[in-house]
Structure formats: structure tokens, C-alpha cells
Design a protein around this ligand. Structure first.
Ligand SMILES: Nc1ncnc2c1ncn2[C@@H]1O[C@H](COP(=O)(O)OP(=O)(O)O)[C@@H](O)[C@H]1O
Ligand SMILES: [Mg+2]
Length: 381
């Protein structure tokens, strides 16, 4: 039996709920060759959404999709390797074809292919791109040249794109990519990533090469009504019952944050005998705090006392006016310039974020955990 609730990995099929509008929007962008930037905190469902949209194009002879995750790319050469490999794989249906396409379109690169001894595992293909004799133009124009020749359109999806921001000589690299991509007619890009703050830096600052590169979608949380139907049906599937009210409580406890809703629902399901009670939900939230605790400890153990004080202020409901004497004295925040530094460093660590009302704690479970830590002085777990 498949798992009833899934969290931590991308979801598909029956485990994917709602996102109807976003799916439509992204599908249209892909179909019309519009560049898209998808931004949201980690574990809100970017990868799942893009995968779902890509699946809609399976079998479409006119639109070819290349997907890659660049989390492990440390410099531009890693990136070029992955980029070229993914494009070649996506545009060739058979192994021999990959080699042919590589030979036809890449002049300075030696493709290497190895076939796994296990016949079900298929083959692995890699390019040996040598920084000395490669040309970034040749690699970056690869999809456009293939698309033109084959009379197709190509959509390139790049996950964890914020990684680019950490490359050596990052701005130069970004300029090269943007310069090459922006005039392509038959290739479009969908760029998404989990470090929301870094993604915003890359795309929303006028000074940066990728400024206004495409249509920007901020992926929000999934609404309670969609979650309720989903949670209730999954409980039923597992032979248990949960009321609409209590299913709604699971969502509000974690601000409808997709991964947490699934994780908490899973805990609640495990606590439930036949029909969920209030007590089951309370116990499930305690378990969730214990499960998250190691990560939160790691995120906070090296914070300065000023940073901890600032988090306390935000947790107690203050969203702006941190520089007011009463606030800064009550929480021990120091001078105004110190406060700006605190906001910057905690934003970089993705612990705080800004919404329309001011500063908030990014992670709803962290907020509960931190509040508990500070009011009782005891770490959970
Ligand atoms: N459409 C969805 N329906 C149900 N759960 C979802 C959905 N999107 C995301 N989730 C939950 O969020 C988790 C993380 O999803 P993922 O796509 O990996 O997010 P991201 O790429 O933003 O980090 C999933 O394991 C699942 O628990
Ligand atoms: Mg992801």
C-alpha cells in the first residue's frame, strides 16, 4: 500500500492536491514559451508542481522538456555539464541518438557513455567538459540550435537555481546565461529554487543580470478547503475517520504549509484509533515538534544573543518598529544599525521573512518550537 501522507519529497498522482490555478498558469507559460520564475520557501511544492506540469506535456511531439536539479553544482563548469547532458537526454529518445546529437551539436566536448550491467538501470551518459577548451556560448545555445533543427520547442526547468548565486564569479556567470538565453526564440526557461531570499536577490533586484527575466510566480500555501477533502479521503482510505473541524485544525496549526500539513496529518492518523479526537491532534503536534527539533536546534545553536532576542521579539507578535526605545529595551536589540544587521542576517538564514504586515517567522513550526523554548527554557525532544 502506498503511504497515506507524504512529506519531504516531491509528490505526484493521488498525493498531489489542488494547485489548479498554478498548474494552469504554468502549463500556459510552457506552451507559449514564456520564461517563468517560481519562488516560495522550501517544501511548499515547487518541484511537485513543475513535475506535474511537465507530465502534461509527455508525448507532445512539438514541445520537449528538459529538467535538471543543480543543487550539487559548485561552479559554472558543473553547471554546463549538467545543462548539456540534460538537454541531450531530453531531446534524444535512444542512447545512440544522444551520441549522434552530441557529435552534431557540440564540437569541443567529448561525450562519454557507460552502460550499467543491470539491464533495468539503463545507461548513464556524461560529458567531459573541460574548462580549458569549452565554450560557454556553445553550451548555452545548445537547446536553441537543437530546437531550430528539429523544428520543436524546448522548455528547460532548472531546480535549486539559487545555487548560481554561490558560484565563483557569480555575476559574470549570470550575465553570460542571461545574455545567451534572452534572445532564444524556441527555448524557454522555468527557474525555481528553495532559498526564497536568494531567489529574490537574483530576480528582483535591478542591479542583477536576471532582473525581469520572466513571469514571476510566488507559490502560496494550499487553502484549507482543499486540504480538508484531501485529509478526509486519505483517512477513509486508511479505514479511519476525521471530522471536518479537526481536519481544518491540522491545517491551521501549521499555517497550511504543505509539507507540514502532510506530516502532521500523518502523525494524527497514527494517533487515531478509529475517529480522531482533540487529544489526538494535541499529541500529534507534540510529536511534530520532537521530529523537527534536531533541525531547529541546529538552526539556532550558533545564533548570537542579539539574534535570539530578535527572534523572541518577532515570536511575541512584534512585526515592525523594532527600533522604538520601548521595544529595543524590552528585548535587548541594541542600536538601530544593529537592528538592521539583525534583520539582514536572520533573513539570510531564512529564519525570518517579510510579508505585507512586516517581519514574520518563516517557519510556522519553528515559531511554536521557539516560543516554547523561550517560555519554558527547555528544548523539546
Ligand atoms: N500539491 C500538493 N499537494 C499535497 N502536498 C503537497 C503539494 N505540494 C507540496 N506538498 C507537500 O510538500 C512537500 C514538499 O514538496 P516539494 O515539491 O518537494 O516542495 P519544494 O520543491 O517547494 O521544496 C511534499 O512532500 C508534500 O508533503
Ligand atoms: Mg524542491
Amino acid at each position: 500500500m502506498e503511504r497515506t501522507f507524504i512529506f519531504g519529497v516531491s509528490v505526484s498522482g493521488d498525493n498531489f492536491t489542488d494547485r489548479i490555478e498554478e498548474t494552469k498558469h504554468l502549463t500556459q507559460n510552457f506552451a507559449n514559451g514564456l520564461n517563468t520564475i517560481l519562488i516560495s520557501p522550501r517544501r511548499t511544492g515547487k518541484t511537485s508542481l513543475v513535475n506535474k506540469v511537465c507530465d502534461n506535456f509527455t508525448g507532445n511531439p512539438k514541445i520537449c522538456i528538459a529538467r535538471m536539479d543543480i543543487y550539487d553544482c559548485r561552479n559554472e563548469y558543473d553547471f554546463y555539464n549538467k545543462f548539456a547532458t540534460s538537454v541531450l537526454k531530453a531531446t534524444s529518445s535512444r542512447m545512440e541518438q544522444i551520441l549522434e546529437t552530441a557529435k552534431e551539436f557540440l564540437y569541443r566536448v567529448v561525450p562519454q557513455m557507460s552502460i550499467s550491467p543491470d539491464p533495468t538501470a539503463g545507461y548513464s551518459f556524461s560529458l567531459k567538459i573541460n574548462p580549458k577548451d569549452m565554450s560557454s556560448d556553445e553550451i548555452l545555445s545548445l537547446p536553441e540550435r537543437i530546437a531550430t533543427k528539429k523544428n520543436i520547442r524546448i522548455v528547460i526547468c532548472i531546480d535549486e537555481f539559487q545555487q548560481i548565486g554561490d558560484f565563483p564569479d557569480s555575476i559574470q556567470v549570470q550575465k553570460r546565461l542571461r545574455g545567451a538565453w534572452q534572445h532564444q526564440k524556441f527555448t524557454s526557461y522555468c527557474l525555481y529554487g528553495s532559498r526564497k531570499h536568494m531567489m529574490e536577490n537574483l530576480f528582483q533586484s535591478r542591479r542583477m543580470p536576471f532582473y525581469q527575466f520572466g513571469d514571476t510566480i510566488h507559490l502560496g500555501n494550499i487553502p484549507t478547503k482543499d486540504w480538508i477533502t484531501y485529509i478526509q479521503s486519505r483517512f477513509e482510505y486508511a479505514g479511519k475517520k476525521i471530522s471536518e473541524t479537526l481536519a481544518g485544525k491540522i491545517c491551521t496549526a501549521v499555517d497550511n504549509f504543505p509539507s507540514y500539513v502532510q506530516q502532521l496529518a500523518w502523525n494524527v492518523l497514527n494517533e487515531t484509533e478509529a475517529e480522531t479526537t482533540d487529544k489526538n491532534i494535541e499529541d500529534a503536534i507534540e510529536k511534530l515538534l520532537i521530529q523537527c527539533s534536531p533541525l531547529f536546534i541546529q538552526q539556532t545553536e550558533n545564533l548570537t544573543s542579539y539574534q535570539m532576542n530578535f527572534l523572541r521579539a518577532v515570536c511575541s507578535g512584534i512585526t515592525d518598529g523594532f527600533g522604538k526605545q520601548s521595544v529595543s529595551e524590552e528585548f535587548g536589540l541594541g542600536s538601530k544599525s544593529n537592528i538592521s544587521r539583525l534583520i539582514k542576517s536572520l533573513t539570510n538564514k531564512e529564519l525570518i521573512d517579510r510579508d505585507k504586515n512586516g517581519i514574520i517567522i518563516s517557519d510556522p513550526v519553528f515559531r511554536i518550537w521557539f516560543k516554547r523554548l523561550w517560555t519554558t527554557g527547555n528544548k523539546i525532544g
